[in-house]
Design a protein around this ligand. Sequence first.
Ligand code: ZN
Ligand code: ZN
Length: 164
Amino acid sequence: MKLLRTELRTGFHNKLFDMSARELPNRDTVFTHNHIICELSVKSLSIGFQISGKIRATLEYNCVRCLCPCPLDLILPINLLLTQHKNGVEKQDIIHFSETQDQINLTDSIADLISLAEPMNPVCDDNCRGLCPNCGNNINQTSCECIVDTDDNPWDELKKLKLK
Ligand SMILES: [Zn+2]
Ligand SMILES: [Zn+2]
């Protein structure tokens, strides 16, 4: 997504930008919808522009317990400083925007922001019961006849203690 210097100068408030997930550099993120909506405001500063607002995207994961695909709606705050100063440009939320540039591309920053927000161990539901370790059935959808010793029986630990 590109912002023009002229539109930054004119200013905008809670403006909606519709971008395509395909525009983003690949960070191995899987998007359920190709649409990413950015609602952005700009503030002019003596050293550049402050961009703030939020990004909405829907990502797709596989639940770590039952392996089902589960969409995840993300609403992420975004805060970027576009500045002509080169100092501190390495910081993630600061983008160097030289005075000779007519436009600035935010796709890298947006891709980073989304990839940082990805959950490590996504579950489709906090109560997801996962797959049966014996027959592999999804226990959320079908019950099976297997009798499985679950490791998370709280009494197991107690039994071990008594044996010692
Ligand atoms: Zn699940
Ligand atoms: Zn089973």
